[in-house]
Design a protein around this ligand. Structure first.
Ligand code: GLU
Length: 487
């Protein structure tokens, strides 16, 4: 195999809200390629659009990447040799490049007021002009010359002077040869002196030594402008990898409003494990590393990761697969680990378990683990074990399901267990079987149903005899009596 040169990749989210799952998806590819080539994965915060900043969003970005185990090598918090990694702290960086572009004639000042630009756009639309975009009224003019015309504002923006022969085709590691529409004379410096995204991204990617620009396909149309800027400034153009858009199974876009799973925080709140989400993201667009087996570790993914294997046609977000993977990873955990994760999960949603409840949980985890899909399933399944006997409520449907001889069954069960000294599930089962199946001549399926309702308050529960063992003798007997008295 040819030696791969160390790549420097980056994910560059804007802290404008709850991080999108696409950010983690791209970070995964960045991480994989950087690891595979022995390079570095950088996290840069693109916060120059001050109006759109959302407080706490930057922290959420760090938290969610770290939750997933996609720790950047360089970032605003980790630091690194190319800092600062937050664009708002780099504002002086961009100006000299704007001056250079102005001096070289690749950029020009534009004094047009927003009103004039709006009017221009309206006219273009009304006359169905073929070429739309900025009409270059300001190009080649001094401030004085321009001031003599209408729609002038004294503080200019700076625009790119996009040549007629701007290359519109470029190579993409995922999509192959891609083409984009002709760009407008993009603003690169705003009137307030802040660079726009297009300038900042190019300057920072260059100064940070980024070799691969990995981002969503929605940025394809920006690529020709950014290539131009790299070329004008005499810089090497990085490689591009535009990742397929993530879609729902019905092909709809994964928007945060309609699809809550578009938000990274959703997965944690729902009780998904980070390893399951990570595995799920690996399978979005990239075939499994072992054919026919969806389960893979991050290490395996890194070893086999290849841009050319990514399907550019799209990544389908199949929540059923996500659930299946989560169940798989939940079952992989040791009892101790799973117990700890459940405790942490419940605490995060405001349910702190005391010492006794934790002890019950750790005994009950092996009973529920085989059937769990989400972390929260554990407590809902064993709530009856954490409830005081006199607080246990019997569900309507469970009560309605009781057979006419339920009283008799409960009485026989009580007698069978009353003097049982070795309180373990095998003995419980043997004694109940003897009393109810052999003694009363009931079929096993019917025999234990009233006992289950008495113990768990519902028709379904984790394995009954094991549950009774955990609950203990006193409580179990009390519950048998308790239900009987209400019949
Ligand atoms: N700041 C841009 C975003 O929020 C980054 C786009 C890019 O990666 O070039 O998605």
């Amino acid at each position: 195999m040819t030696e791969l040169s160390p790549a420097r990749t980056r994910v560059a989210p804007s802290p404008t809200g709850d991080p999108h799952v696409g950010t983690a998806y791209q970070a995964l590819f960045d991480f994989a390629w950087a690891r595979r080539t022995g390079g570095q994965f950088v996290l840069r915060i693109e916060d120059t659009d001050r109006a759109r900043l959302v407080e706490g969003s930057e922290q959420q970005i760090y938290d969610s990447l770290s939750w997933l185990g996609l720790e950047p090598d360089e970032s605003p918090v980790a630091g690194g040799p190319y800092g600062p990694y937050r664009q708002s702290e780099r504002l002086e960086t961009y100006r000299p490049f704007v001056d250079q572009l102005l001096a070289d004639g690749h950029a020009y000042h534009c004094w047009c007021t927003p009103e004039r630009l709006a009017e221009m756009r309206e006219q273009q639309q009304a006359s169905k002009q073929a070429t739309t975009g900025y009409d270059r009224l300001c190009h080649g003019k001094t401030a004085e010359q321009r001031a003599a015309l209408p729609g002038f504002q004294p503080t200019p923006v700076v625009r790119m002077f996009v040549p007629d022969d701007v290359p519109l085709v470029f190579d993409d590691l995922i999509g192959g040869e891609l083409s984009a529409p002709r760009p407008d004379d993009q603003v690169i410096l705003k009137a307030d002196g802040f660079p726009t995204y297009h300038l900042a991204v190019v300057v920072d990617d260059h100064l940070m030594g980024i070799t691969h620009m990995v981002r969503g396909q929605e940025w394809i149309s920006s690529t020709p402008k950014q290539i131009l800027l790299h070329q004008w400034l005499g810089w090497q153009v990085p490689a591009f990898a535009h990742t397929p858009l993530i879609r729902n199974t019905d092909r709809s876009k994964l928007g945060k409003r309609k699809s809550p799973w578009a938000k990274l925080s959703w997965f944690r709140e729902q009780g998904y494990l980070p390893e399951a989400l990570l595995n799920f993201l690996m399978l979005l667009g990239h075939p499994p590393v072992h054919e026919g087996d969806d389960v893979q570790s991050l290490d395996e993914f890194v070893q086999h990761f290849d841009w050319s294997r990514i399907n550019p046609a799209g990544a389908v977000f199949d929540l059923k697969k996500m659930d299946w993977l989560n169940g798989h990873y939940l079952r992989e955990l040791s009892t101790e680990e799973l117990t700890a994760r459940i405790i942490e999960f419940e605490a995060a949603r405001g349910r702190a378990l005391d010492h006794n409840q934790r002890a019950v949980l750790s005994h009950a985890v092996p009973l529920v683990q085989p059937r769990m899909t989400l972390l929260g399933d554990a407590l809902s399944a064993i709530e009856f074990l954490l409830t005081e006997d006199d607080q246990l409520t019997v569900a309507e449907d469970a009560r309605a399901s009781l057979p006419p001889n339920a009283g008799e069954v409960l009485a026989a069960a009580f007698t069978a267990l009353e003097h049982l000294t070795d309180w373990d599930h095998e003995m419980i089962q043997a004694n109940l079987r003897e009393a109810l199946v052999d003694g009363l001549g009931l079929k096993p399926k019917v025999a234990f149903a009233p006992v289950r309702v008495a113990i768990a308050g519902s028709k379904v529960s984790p394995p009954l005899f094991e549950s009774m063992e955990i609950l203990g003798r006193e409580s179990s007997l009390r519950r048998l009596v308790g239900l009987r008295e209400t019949l």
